[in-house]
Design a protein around this ligand. Structure first.
Ligand SMILES: Cc1ncc(COP(=O)(O)O)c(C=O)c1O
Length: 487
């Protein structure tokens, strides 16, 4: 058999496919039941690279898959509390596999008809749940960073102050206003647009790490006095470090008054729109001109799966005024069935298939339940932290993100920064928990994102106990030192 024939051998595909599903099922069982008590096993990056580089060519596929699995982060383990990546639901993972196997590209209708129709369905349903009316529209794209960039490019194309930039370029200094707590991809998007550092006006945050909207007017006037043309204000729903929600009503009112584009970066926190209990956190959302929301964070869908929604769906067609006669007929007919007219990407995977598989099976209620479990868990964890004098809580959690700090009496703030950093490293080496660290106003904190709805109170208590255990090992108090000496 030639190698190409072998690469397309259907019997081998069937056999390996069944075995892979079995392997993953065992993996999920082990992680969910806690039988496999390691969230992961840390490897030095160079060692990791050398390991894979040393593998012989022609290694049996399943052997290779099992090895990859063993060296992966077990995000289905309830003690995974790290970054904001979804713990994927099986159905959505299978849909991803189906999409990859077919490799239809829903960029233009003829390359991915079913996926294109599902994309419209997902966009319409998402816009409706967000509170937008029938004029809304949007598209799916690969990630919140790209989604935010595309929404800001759309703002640039639609605001009369800068609508000519696409054709003529510009010498003018344009800018956006955004909380100092916003995700770095906003800053990156502005620089990509060529507006440089002066193009990002950072608004200070309040005690809850939300944007100080009372300062918008002042910063706006200062920007104008400095010769800048402000195009948009961006609300974070929620921010990355602390999971704080900006006051969207206030930002919307300001944008209306000054006729600015209002964009919401809701990559992590906008899925609260599904929950009666937590929807109030994004009050005012439906006044935004554009919103980004990731399905691959708080909605159990594998990466990357992002919706970019526009209050007025027509605005999205102005972003890229280009002709591509081999893909679509004209650039002024609407032709909703060619999503690549409005998105940055040309080829893209079947994102809609992954999202819709879950949504059509379980309905809105699945997402509501997921949000409520994970957000409730954050409130529970905050109570446990506050009840323990060896910890401090810098801010009450608004989302499923909680920051906290291990304390030891008599230690300086600087020494506690170092100690908390060391505890995080020790926990990573230990492998029983996965959490991250962050810096807030110059101080180091531990940070959990409670992405896994199966994380229970006991897991949270055990985490606090493990932090203390490492805190004491890494920096024994005088009393402990005395006890160890047998005094
Ligand atoms: C608020 C916010 N916006 C945008 C992003 C970037 O999204 P993505 O990783 O999908 O590019 C993140 C990632 O954590 C985020 O928290």
């Amino acid at each position: 058999m030639s190698l190409v024939d072998k690469a397309f051998d259907v019997n081998e595909f069937r056999e390996e496919g069944h075995a892979l599903v079995e392997m993953l099922s065992r993996h999920f069982e082990g992680a969910l039941s806690g039988e496999n008590d390691r969230v992961f096993s840390w490897k030095d990056p160079d060692e990791q690279y050398a390991y894979w580089a040393d593998q012989p060519q022609g290694r049996p596929t399943l052997d290779f898959f099992q090895d990859f699995l063993d060296r992966s982060l077990h995000m289905h383990n309830p003690r995974y509390m790290g970054h904001q990546a979804a713990m994927t639901a099986g159905t959505a993972a299978l849909a991803g596999f189906l999409g990859d196997a077919l490799n239809n590209l829903p960029s233009v209708y003829e390359m991915g008809g079913a996926g294109v129709a599902l994309e419209r369905l997902v966009v319409e349903r998402t816009a409706k749940v967000m509170g937008f009316g029938p004029d809304s529209g949007g598209f799916l794209t690969s990630g919140g960073s790209l989604g935010n960039l595309t929404a800001l490019l759309c703002a640039r194309a639609n605001m009369s102050a800068c609508s000519e930039v696409w054709v003529e370029g510009t010498q003018q200094q344009f800018a956006v206003m955004v909380s100092e707590q916003a995700h770095y991809c906003v800053d990156r998007a502005v620089r990509i647009m060529g507006w440089g550092s002066p193009g990002v006006i950072k608004i200070p945050s309040d005690a809850n790490y939300a944007m100080r909207t009372d300062l918008l007017e002042r910063y706006y006037e200062e920007a104008r006095a400095a010769g800048k043309t402000v195009v948009a204000v961006i609300g974070s729903a929620c921010s990355t470090a602390t999971g704080s929600y900006d006051d969207l009503e206030e930002i919307a009112a300001f944008c209306r008054q000054q006729q600015l584009w209002f964009h919401v970066d809701g990559a992590h926190g906008v899925p609260v729109v599904f929950s009666d209990k937590y929807r109030h956190l994004v009050q005012g959302l439906q006044q935004a001109d554009s919103v980004v929301m990731d399905f691959h964070k708080s909605m159990m869908v594998p990466a990357l799966a992002t919706a970019v929604i526009f209050k007025n769906g027509q605005t999205r067609y102005r972003t890229f005024a280009q002709k591509a006669s081999y893909l679509w007929r004209s650039d002024n007919a609407e032709e909703w069935f060619h999503p690549s007219r409005a998105s940055f990407e040309t080829s893209k995977p079947s994102i809609s298939l992954k999202v819709w598989s879950l949504w059509q099976k379980f309905g809105d209620a699945l997402f509501a339940e997921y949000i409520e479990r994970t957000y409730d868990n954050a409130r529970l964890f905050a109570r446990l932290v506050k009840a323990d004098l060896e910890f401090s809580l810098p801010v009450e959690p608004a989302s499923n993100i909680v920051c906290f700090r291990y304390l030891q009496p008599g230690k300086s703030e600087r020494a506690l920064d170092v100690l908390n950093q060391q505890i995080r490293e020790a926990l990573m080496n230990d492998g029983r928990f996965f959490l991250v660290r962050t810096e807030l106003r110059g101080r180091t904190f531990l940070r959990v994102t409670l992405m896994n709805p199966f994380t229970a109170e006991q897991d949270l208590l055990d985490l606090l106990a493990a932090v203390k255990e490492w805190g004491q090992k890494l920096s024994p108090t005088c009393r402990e030192r005395a006890l160890a000496r047998g005094a």
